[in-house]
Design a protein around this ligand. Structure first.
Ligand SMILES: C[S@@+](CC[C@H](N)C(=O)[O-])C[C@H]1O[C@@H](n2cnc3c(N)ncnc32)[C@H](O)[C@@H]1O
Length: 632
């Protein structure tokens, strides 16, 4: 396929003289010329065309056949990304057919009138015999480029499934709908969000499809964002309009329609009509042109019985070394539709620590060490924090496996640039916040669990306390922890001190170093803010904490590294004064800057130890109930 790809790039970039011709038109001309020697009607560069012609005639039959089956891969990747079009590779088409043979009977291609309403290049059906196959797609160019295998039983026509006028459908298909014949929708619709895209401008310009208008009337407006869900809505509308009773839907799509809490109403209505039969789950990376690490599912839905709206059983499939598809496990896809006695959604309430009076004012701190303020001038309520304020936590409020990764904690008021949750950390929620931070950072973010919600962990388990202690240690060195201290911050005529309450060593230990290495700045910061920091009290001064060997290794190493590099601080401070490395309680965001320069190898070792601790935490996540088991 590489040779074909090169040839196509050469044709597009050097043979076609007019650069304003659309990618699709160039592709059509290329395919027509290579496969059918059709005359190219575009303005061409005669010198490069001669070479191109020679290269085409040198292509083997096998290479040409490849172009026939895999022309989709020549689509412009950017265009494809914007339109959410992920064409189905042949192995996955075969897998879908195999599953349908088993679930619907090997003669399903004869027993059903099959309609692929997002057919593109006919990937799903090409090469299989059907008794009555209808394929339709958005672009006339796609229809022109892909002749059907057998015109006696197959037809391919342009039809916008989301807005098209049903009276324009072929007679046979209309008849099938009107007579409630068994109809099987088999498709891989586009996955993008946004109504319809004006791809030629490279932006997503919205205008409403017919289905969107209808779905708003049905009270399902949140569904209308996803094109693949709009395809499902259109099917629901067809079922209603024609009073269909024997529809089967077999579809490749993202998983969101089964997991997202926003699509609860849609899911309920869908499951009132269709019953989940079987599903396969795999990494989107297997569909060319997509990013790795999010899930695509294939599932079969039958009309007749009502389906449960949660707990959909999927087989996980992956490719083995030889490229064959193998089953590697089972995954039950859950959502929050039904309350569960054990797995309760992790909510901001579990984390919250209500503000206590009296409050105090704090200027804001950004991750780039800047002190800023969300208030333009003077003070108002925005930056007021509890008297026992330790820092802030930012997190994604719908806490899912992928969303939770946003969590970080730091002293000072947090300036939010995104819509993440912003929560105050105090001694009252310190343990829970640290546990969440470590969990969010350690989660295995694989496509299998991507859409899973997180649950409230079981704090009564004996392992909980050790997990929390390990999490506190992990937090000291995690990139999710933007721990810093800032002193003598001038703000509207007042001076503020922002200690790092997440510092773990005692003031006396640091005073020793500061005196030994004559670090005046460190001694000054000890003078203006001498109190023991909260993490030091929690971790070291309030009796021994149960720690795993991995956490002990990290704690010992980071403590030694702080000592070993203390004398480098003054020099580093000259080069990077904005970091304020000499603050006695300088935190991870300051220390790592120093260590990356003055102790490269040891820093690498620290990262290695941190990763081991992370793996240890990860191994306990399901045990503690943060996530549901995959296989039930
Ligand atoms: C993900 S591709 C799948 C193509 C092919 N079925 C496959 O699996 O390889 C989605 C196809 O849906 C078509 N499409 C997008 N919006 C559509 C619409 N509103 N009506 C019909 N087809 C549409 C696109 O042109 C594209 O060919």
């Amino acid at each position: 396929m590489k040779k074909i790809q090169h040839l196509f790039s050469f044709f597009k970039d050097q043979v076609v003289a007019d650069k304003n011709v659309s990618h699709d038109t160039v592709l059509s001309a290329f395919v027509e010329f290579v496969l059918r020697q059709e005359e190219i009607l575009l303005p061409l560069n005669p010198e490069t065309f001669a070479k191109f012609e020679r290269d085409v005639s040198a292509l083997s039959k096998k290479e040409k056949a490849l172009l026939h089956t895999r022309a989709d891969e020549l689509h412009d990747a950017r265009t494809r990304r914007i339109a959410g079009q992920f064409y189905t590779p042949v192995e996955f088409v075969e897998l879908a057919h195999e599953l349908m043979d088993v679930r619907l009977g090997a003669d399903w291609r004869e027993n059903y009138i099959v309609w692929d309403a997002a057919a593109g290049s006919l990937n799903l059906t090409r090469g299989y015999p059907f008794k009555e196959l209808y394929s339709s797609t958005l672009q006339q160019e796609e229809v022109d480029r892909n002749p059907v295998g057998d015109p006696a039983t197959e037809s391919f026509f342009q039809f916008d499934f989301l807005s098209g006028d049903l009276s324009k459908l072929p007679k046979g298909l209309r008849h099938a709908l009107e007579m409630d014949k068994p109809i099987l929708f088999f498709m891989n619709p586009p996955y993008s969000t946004g109504a319809k895209e004006r791809i030629e401008f490279g932006t997503k310009t919205k205008f409403l499809t017919h289905v969107q208008v209808q779905s708003r009337r049905m009270g399902l407006s949140t569904t209308a964002k996803d094109l693949y869900a709009q395809f499902m809505l259109r099917i629901m509308l067809l079922v209603r309009h024609y009073k269909l009773t024997r529809v089967v839907y077999a579809v490749f799509s993202p998983l969101t329609f089964l997991s997202s809490d926003n699509l609860k109403t849609f899911r309920k209505r869908w499951c009132d009509i269709f019953c989940f039969d079987r599903g396969i789950l795999f990494d989107a990376g297997h569909f060319s042109g997509t990013a790795l690490n999010w899930a695509i599912q294939f599932s079969i839905w039958k009309q007749g019985e009502k389906s449960q709206t949660s707990g959909f059983k999927y087989f996980i499939v992956e490719k083995d070394k030889s490229g064959g598809i193998v089953k590697t496990g089972t995954k039950y896809v859950h959502n929050l539709d039904m309350p569960h006695p054990q797995f309760k959604r992790l909510t901001p309430d579990w984390l919250a620590s209500p503000v206590t009076l009296p409050t105090r004012f704090l200027p804001g701190v950004t991750t780039s060490f800047e002190v800023v303020n969300s208030v333009k001038e003077g003070f108002d309520g925005t930056n007021r924090v509890s008297a026992d304020h330790l820092g802030k936590l930012c997190y994604d409020p719908p806490m899912t496996v992928f969303g939770a990764g946003n969590a970080y904690g730091r002293p000072g008021y947090i300036i939010n640039t995104t819509t993440v949750g912003n929560l105050e950390i105090t001694p009252r929620n310190f343990e829970r916040v640290m546990a969440l931070l470590a969990t969010a950072r350690s989660l295995d973010k694989s496509f299998v669990d991507q859409k899973d919600y997180m649950y409230t962990p079981n704090e009564s388990l004996p392992e909980w306390q050790r997990y929390v202690s390990d999490a506190v240690v992990f937090g000291l060195v995690s990139n999710g922890s933007s721990h810093i201290s800032r002193y003598d911050v001038e703000w509207y005529g007042q001076r503020y001190q922002l200690p790092n309450e997440f510092f773990w060593m005692t003031s006396s230990a640091i005073r020793d170093y500061a005196e030994r290495y004559h670090d005046k700045k460190a001694l000054y910061s000890l003078e203006i803010s001498p109190n023991e920091r909260f993490a030091a009290k929690w971790l070291c001064l309030s009796g021994p904490r149960a720690l795993s060997p991995e956490a002990t290794a990290v704690l010992d190493f980071v403590t030694d590294l702080t000592h070993d590099t203390f004398q480098e601080r003054a020099e580093f401070d000259k080069a990077r004064p904005e970091i304020q490395i000499c603050n006695w309680d300088a935190g991870w965001w300051q220390l790592k800057e120093l260590w990356k320069i003055v102790a490269k190898e040891k820093f690498k070792e620290l990262v290695r130890l941190r990763n081991e601790l992370s793996a240890s935490l990860r191994s306990r996540i399901r045990l503690l109930g943060w996530l549901r088991p995959r296989d039930s």
